[in-house]
Write a new protein. Sequence first.
Length: 421
Amino acid sequence: MQKKSFLNLHYKPNKNDIIATYRIESKLGLEKAAIEIAAESSIGTWTKISTLKQKTFDKLAPQIFFIDKKKKIVKIAYPIELFELGNIPQLLSALAGNIFSMKIIDNLRLEDLSLSTKYINSFEGPYYGINGVRKLLDIQHRPLIGSIIKPKVGLSAKEHAQLAYDIWTNGIDVVKDDENLTSMPFNKFKDRVIKVMKQKKKAEHITGCKKLHVFNITAPMDIMLERAKFVKTHGGKCVMVDLVSVGLDNVQVLRKQKLNLIIHGHRAGHSMFSRNPKHGMSMLVIAKLARLAGIDQLHTGTVVGKMDGSAQEVIEINQAIKEDAGINKVLRENWGKIKPVFPIASGGLYPELTKKLISILGNDLIINYGGGLHGHPHGSKSGARACYQAMQIVIEKIKNPDKNYFKEYYEALEHWKNKKK
Ligand code: CAP
Ligand code: MG
C-alpha cells in the first residue's frame, strides 16, 4: 500500500469531512511531510503494515487536497469516521498529537479546523451565548463593561466583595475573579461567594440594574463541580474556568451538569502553543473548540491592549465564535443550533483605548478593565466611572464630552497620557 495515495489534489471534501489546515516546515519538502502527517494523525505509521487492509485505507485515509508551497500551507480532509463524536480530547490526540513530535518536522502549526455540521451537532455548545447573557443583564445595544478585581490575589473575601460593590455602583456590569484567584488561605472560595452575593444584591437594589459576578472555580474537576454547585445554590449566575489549565473536556463535563450557569472561559497559558506563528496551534482552533465545549464568553484579545494578537487574528477569532461561518469562505461551517459566544476583550485596557477597541471589534463585546480601572488616580470608584463614561462617549457618539460630567474620564486620559501604546 502506497502512502502516496494520501495525496489527492483533485479531492473535493465531502460535507462530513473535518478539514485541518496546517503550516508545515520540513526538510522532506511539503508534499512528503504532509503525507507523513496525514498518515500519523490517522491510520498510518512509519512503515507499511500488513494489518492495514485496502478496504480500511479506502474508507479512512485522509486526503491532502490543497498545497500552497509559498505559504507552506496544506489542507487535509479527514473522514468523520476517524473521530468519536462529542469527544474533543480524541480529536486533539489525532490532529494535534504525535505529529508535533515527529523528527521529520521542523515546525508545524495547526492553523484552522473546518468542522462539519455532523461533528458540530454532537456538542451542546453554550447554554447562554451572547443573547442569553445580554438578556440576563438586560443590556442590549452596548458592550458590557467588566472589571477584574486587582490585585490579582491578596484581598480578603470581605475586601473583594466591598470592592465589587464599589465598582458595580459606579457603572460596572460584570466583576470577575482573576485567573489565579481560587480558594486561598486569605480569601476562601465559599466565603467569597457568600460575601460577594450579599454585596451584589445591595448593588442591584441601589442601581436598579442587574449585575454579574464571575467566580473562578478552576481546580481539579471534583472540586470545580462542588464550587459550581455552591455558586448556583447561593444565587450566582456565572463561573469562570481557566480552560487551558483545566482542559476543554472538563468544560464539557461542567456544561453537561445542567446547572444553567454562564461559563466564562479564561485562556491563560494559550500562548504556550498559539503565539509562535510557525509552531503549535492557533487561538482560532482553541476558540472553536471552546465554543463546542460550552463556553459562553471567551477571552479572545484586545488588539490595542497589553497582550499579543493582531487585529486580523482577533477579528477572525471573534467572527468564528459569533457567526455561523468561519472566515474561510470556501469551507463554510454551519454551527446550526450552537449559540454564538460573547468575546471578551481584556488585558492592559484603560479608558482612552475604548474608542479604538470598539471601532475594531464592534459592540458585541465584554470589555474588561483591571489596572486601567483600579489604577485611576482617584481610586477604583472613579476608575469605574471613567470606564463606563469611555464606553458611553463612543456608543452615544458624544462629540465634545462635557468636562464636568465626564470628569473621571478626563482624569484617566490625563493620568495615562504618556503611556506607551
Ligand atoms: C487583565 C487580566 C487578564 C488578561 C488575560 C490580567 O488585567 O486580568 O487575565 O486580560 O489576557 O490579569 O492581565 P489588566 P487575555 O486589565 O490589569 O491588564 O484576555 O488576552 O487572555
Ligand atoms: Mg487576569
